[in-house]
Design a binder for this molecule. Sequence first.
Ligand SMILES: [Zn+2]
Length: 135
Amino acid sequence: MSSKHQEKASRLRQQVRTLWHQMNADLERVMTYRSLLKGSIYRWEHKCGRQGCHCASGELHVHWVLSYYDRTGKLVKLYLTEEEHAILHGPAKAHKEYREIRARLVRRHSEVMALLDQLEKAVQAKLPERRRKKR
Ligand SMILES: [Zn+2]
């Protein structure tokens, strides 16, 4: 095999190793989560529209809202109490991170596979050159 091919192969191996280390770190990280909540939590400030309510003078009503998709794919919104918010905002944030790490793992996995395909080509042994036999 030519030294050019050797160099290419060793560069590819190094890229695979780098990705592998990154994936390993992501896997370790993703396994540390102990409580995940599917859905997002946001602060909703609004005016109710009732005459004479404090919100009319700018002191808005504030709610924590949990939104998520149920099994049928329907968007569900729930008001959370302060206590529920205190308990659930961590798991909701963790779930978002979890999904981001998972997506990165999928991306890196396919990068590794593409590199392995290139490596396979780079280290392909040459067939012996000889005339084909006529049949
Ligand atoms: Zn109001």
